[in-house]
Design a protein around this ligand. Structure first.
Ligand code: SF4
Length: 354
């Protein structure tokens, strides 16, 4: 006789999980965790990956009005190209394979400013992968330059853009966006930037920012939207759940939230809903902390993200797990739960480094 779990497994295997299936499964955490763990093993085996990278947030000034933002400042900084290159050099010195570059929206910046950053880095470090600029930054650059999203992305690619963070997704539901980030690009505009990037040969990650005013159904539908894009383009490298951090912003309560089962359930749900279309589910050790990130590896997760070196965005919103995790620490956390650590590059190719 087929068990409920077998039934779930075959529906997930066919990529046919629906919102109603997910709502039902969410109330059965032990089924959910074990199904997610099985699907993780079928997708990627026992390897757990991480990347040696560095974040560079080139400005914390921004014309945006996102209510969850704790990062932007009225009297903030804008890094010069020389400063960006110095930070990039420090990343290369620790064998980083990637720099991840994002910043606030500067009112007069157009595509040439973004291209200048890329070209300056590529001139000095041609082999380094540049993972940069959220769909919101691309949208902003296109608007200020009076050119299409497609032209903007082509210019960025020509200047050395290797891939993009799929941030600014928050929750892909306009009801939520109107409430928490009314001036940000809409759901449709986010999808358009990401699909155009994939068609231009620029892979992206996919994210969700959960744990504020959204409903469970909206979280699920967000993940299913990502699955539908992936079926068409194949351009997502991974899915990264990002919990909302409640300190120093208008949307938060100002109190630290204790993290735990709810976070694990969302990671597990992502594995189940995205199987077999997205192979890599990442946990953010910066936002969840090392211990919970390690637990997430038993709930569908197979990637621990990056070493980072510098992390401003989560830290300003209350993250306390630090700004750098050394490769040896990643290896320790992974071996401790009897899995196999592998250093990867941005596109999930193995790197023989550590
Ligand atoms: S989240 Fe980004 S776009 Fe929104 S206000 Fe903050 S820096 Fe600006």
């Amino acid at each position: 006789m087929r068990s409920i779990q077998d039934d779930y497994l075959s529906r997930a295997g066919a990529g046919k999980f629906t919102t109603e299936d997910a709502l039902a499964l969410y109330d059965k955490p032990s089924y959910l965790f074990s199904l997610a763990d099985k699907l993780r093993k079928k997708s990627v085996g026992d390897e757990v990956t991480y990347v040696i990278n560095r974040n560079i947030n080139f400005t914390n000034m921004c014309i945006g009005t996102c209510k969850f933002c704790a990062f932007k400042k009225q009297d903030g900084y804008i890094m010069s190209i020389r400063e960006i290159l110095e930070k990039t050099k420090a990343a290369v010195d620790i064998n980083a394979t990637e720099v991840c570059i994002q910043g606030g929206l500067l009112p007069d910046w157009d595509v040439s400013n973004y291209c200048e950053i890329l070209e300056s880095i590529k001139n000095e470090f041609p082999q380094l992968h540049i993972h940069a600029f959220s769909p919101m930054e691309v949208f902003h650059a296109a608007g200020n330059s009076n050119i299409s999203i497609k032209e903007t992305l082509s210019c960025l690619k020509k200047s050395g853009l290797g891939s993009m963070p799929g941030t600014a997704a928050e929750i892909l539901a306009d009801r939520v966006r109107e409430e928490i980030c009314p001036d940000k690009l809409t759901t449709h505009e986010w999808i358009n930037v990401v699909r155009t990037a994939h068609r231009t040969g620029i892979p992206t990650t996919a994210t969700i920012m959960y744990g504020h005013i959204e409903t469970l159904r909206e979280r699920i539908e967000h993940i299913l939207t990502i699955r539908e894009i992936q079926k068409k383009t194949g351009g997502f490298t991974e899915f990264v759940p990002l919990p909302f951090m409640p300190l120093n912003n208008m949307l938060g309560t100002g109190k630290q939230v204790s993290r735990g089962v709810e976070d694990l359930k969302l990671h597990a749900l992502a594995r189940v809903l995205l199987y077999p279309n997205i192979k890599n589910i990442q946990v953010s050790w910066v936002k969840l902390g090392k211990k919970l990130a390690q637990s997430a590896l038993d709930c569908g997760v197979n990637d621990l993200g990056g070493t980072l070196m510098e992390e401003q965005i989560s830290k300003s919103a209350g993250a306390t797990s630090g700004e750098y995790m050394a490769p040896a620490e990643f290896e320790r956390l992974i071996r401790e739960i009897k899995r196999v650590p592998k250093q990867r590059d941005t596109l999930y190719r193995h790197v023989n480094g550590f």
